[in-house]
Design a protein around this ligand. Structure first.
Ligand SMILES: Nc1ncnc2c1ncn2[C@@H]1O[C@H](COP(=O)(O)OP(=O)(O)OP(=O)(O)O)[C@@H](O)[C@H]1O
Length: 267
């Protein structure tokens, strides 16, 4: 089993009085897809924003490639090779694929933009990911399908020698065929050695592409398990109840009564 490239231990994060992440442990492994699942409000976005430096954690340890690191702002995360692809993709419709992939990090030759070098790198990146769905990198993003847009956003994230890529619901707006293409791309990212963190509410996606699954329940880690050791029913139980058989939180942590017959016991 590989060592985790990213390792968060006993992480806490509050917003005012709301204790959103409670002693969460989280890992991501090179060459693997870690699915991060949980019900609405479980804390998935907050956790990934902590990893991406958007929300500094209140307490807990953050290790990268085995070393303790401080990630207090997005550029700390970028410097480590952590990239996040948000659901809205943050693409500019009026620009073409190359311009979008290099937006804010353009290559220059002297004072002039080096369009040829950027185009070459964009093509190489798409080729390295075996992307066949994008025919020309000069195409405007406005003319791309949902799957192609997702592909461009993912390619932009891996262009910068990334080591960890976080994908927030990459198939949420896609049909069946485009979902398959994006999941195949997710698999290829991991096969290329990246650690991929996939946030998803779609259990079919999770089961088809993840190597491990991490389940958050009300801001706590309910389970981190290998895909081979879990099935659809158990993931859903962990998401909805925080427990499934021998997996998950203790009854007291899920808020359940330890003795459901308490009320019936005479004083
Ligand atoms: N900036 C913030 N200020 C206050 N509360 C916040 C903030 N961000 C998130 N929260 C709260 O933290 C909790 C977890 O939210 P988060 O968005 O991380 O959940 P999630 O698992 O990503 O949910 P979803 O699947 O709906 O996106 C929610 O109760 C949310 O209201």
């Amino acid at each position: 089993m590989p060592d985790p490239i990213l390792s968060l231990t006993q992480v806490n994060k509050s917003f005012g009085p709301a204790h959103v992440l409670k002693n969460v442990d989280f890992h991501a492994y090179p060459g693997e897809v870690m699915a991060l699942v949980g019900d609405n409000g479980a804390g998935k976005s907050t956790l990934t924003k902590c990893i991406g430096g958007i929300h500094p954690v209140d307490s807990g340890e953050f290790r990268f490639e085995g070393r303790p690191v401080r990630v207090h702002e997005p550029r700390d995360a970028s410097a480590l090779g952590i990239e996040i692809v948000y659901q809205d993709l943050a693409l500019c419709d009026n620009l073409d694929i190359v311009q979008n992939m290099f937006l804010g990090r353009e290559e220059r030759s002297g004072l002039v933009l080096d369009r040829a070098a950027m185009e070459e790198k964009a093509l190489q990146t798409l080729e390295s990911l075996s992307v066949r769905t994008v025919t020309s990198v000069r195409q405007r993003v406005a003319s791309l399908s949902g799957g192609q847009r997702q592909t461009v956003a993912i390619a932009r994230a891996v262009l910068w020698n990334s080591k960890v890529v976080i994908l927030d619901e990459p198939t949420a707006a896609l049909g069946v065929a485009q979902t398959r293409q994006v999941l195949d791309l997710v698999r290829r990212l991991a096969d290329a050695g990246l650690a991929v963190i996939l946030i998803s509410h779609n259990m079919n996606d999770v089961l088809s592409v993840a190597d491990r699954v991490s389940v958050l329940y009300l801001g706590q880690l309910a389970a981190e398990v290998r895909r081979a050791d879990i099935d659809h029913t158990r993931i859903v139980e962990l998401i909805t109840a925080g427990r499934s058989g021998d997996l998950g939180l203790a009854p007291a942590e899920t808020g359940e009564s330890l003795n459901e017959t308490d009320d019936e016991v005479p004083a």
